[in-house]
Design a binder for this molecule. Structure first.
Ligand code: MN
Length: 365
């Protein structure tokens, strides 16, 4: 069966497209095998191949490419939402400027990551490297901010596909300036609220600290799945009036004691304002769903639990205005191992469906 579709509402399609929702996606086309042009897509995925300050294992810069490749395997039929693809989904090409910045930044950062505290204190050239890395990361934040802002102005939904968790800062800033009554739902194994990590001011380990300190439009941050954090982060988030943390250990304790997950999910959602942005670090999931991510930690959420929470968010009549997906990394050794990207592309499609549904652009089933 072939279904005629076109992009939606304010985005004007230039071509009618024929998509067979029962057929196999074509690898000749764009993300999820879809043939949309950028101008007719409601959802624009912005790939950010970035792993400048990744300390444990690099490779998240290859995440967007791996997700794009794995996306051919999508099944469009979904038990929760009807045909998100009809809204027009498009993934931009990886920016050569960002790729160049990542390469430069990674080379400089590697020397700092490998150095001990003593040489960092004494070695002037290492200190200069650190300044350069911080400037490169500021540069990325500006690039992402500008790209996101441009899409939002056109009425599109820009989605950052990382890269490490440093990538969406500029996007969250642009969203926070666009939507009032705005909060962030953050899935992650890590708190990501370090003041600076190894001197890196804009690393994956500091993003939520930076969001709370530098983006006044964020009225609430709700963190879920957190299970790796230092004392400074614990004290910071516990004392912060705008931050609510659902530690992974506490979530498991409640579930294991027989509390219903529906009750827990609704409680998580209840802290959020009307307009919600999801920042999704794939390592918030149990590492069996993301074995090659940069900094895996045992424990975590199961995929169906995450889907449940996201569906509850939509049911609560809040608006999922936008989101990101970060820290997806393919296996560095085995190119045929597409598992991390497979999970990533499915989660990306589910969040896309939830966002479109919450914005009244597609129907629920
Ligand atoms: Mn993170």
């Amino acid at each position: 069966m072939t279904k005629k579709v076109s992009a939606r509402k304010d985005i004007k399609p230039t071509v009618k497209t024929q998509i067979d929702p029962n057929g196999k996606a074509s690898s000749q086309d764009g993300i999820y095998g879809l043939p949309f042009h950028e101008s007719e897509a409601k959802v624009v995925y912005i790939p950010v191949p970035w792993d400048v300050t990744t300390s444990y294992q690099a490779g998240t810069s290859k995440g967007p490419g791996a997700i794009l490749k794995a996306s051919e395997q999508i099944d469009f039929f979904d038990l929760d939402y009807i045909n998100a693809y009809e809204a027009g989904l498009y993934m931009k090409k990886e920016s050569s400027k960002i790729k160049k910045l990542n390469k430069e930044g990674r080379l400089l950062a590697k020397k700092i990551i490998d150095a001990d505290d003593d040489s960092m204190k004494k070695n002037k050239s290492l200190q200069l490297n650190l300044k350069k890395v911080n400037a490169i990361c500021e540069n990325l934040n500006l690039e992402v901010y500008n790209e996101t802002k441009a899409c939002l102005k056109k009425g599109q939904i820009p989605i950052i596909v990382g890269g490490d968790h440093a990538t969406p800062f500029g996007a969250i800033k642009a969203y926070a300036e666009t939507f009032k009554d705005f909060g962030v739902l953050h899935f992650d194994a890590h708190s990501d609220t370090r003041i600076a990590y190894m001197g890196f001011e804009n690393s994956h380990a500091s993003i939520m600290h930076n969001v709370m300190e530098k983006i006044p439009g964020v009225s609430k941050l709700v963190q879920v799945g957190i299970r790796d954090f230092c004392e400074q982060e614990f004290n910071y988030t516990e004392a912060h009036p705008k931050i609510k943390v659902y530690f992974d250990q506490h979530l498991h304790k409640r579930k294991l004691s027989g509390e219903s997950f529906e009750k827990i999910a609704r409680e998580i959602i209840s802290h959020l304002p009307k307009n919600v942005y999801i920042s999704f670090d794939i390592d918030g999931l149990d590492p069996r769903f993301c074995p090659h991510t940069g900094t895996p930690v045992p424990g975590g959420l199961d995929y169906p639990e995450v889907v449940f929470i996201i569906n509850e968010l939509v049911k609560s009549k809040r608006t999922l205005v936008g989101f990101d997906l970060v820290e997806v990394a393919p296996s560095p050794k085995d190119k045929s191992d597409e598992w991390d990207a497979n999970v990533g592309m499915r989660l990306l499609y589910k969040m896309t469906s939830a966002a479109l549904s919450s914005q009244g652009l597609i129907q629920n089933r």
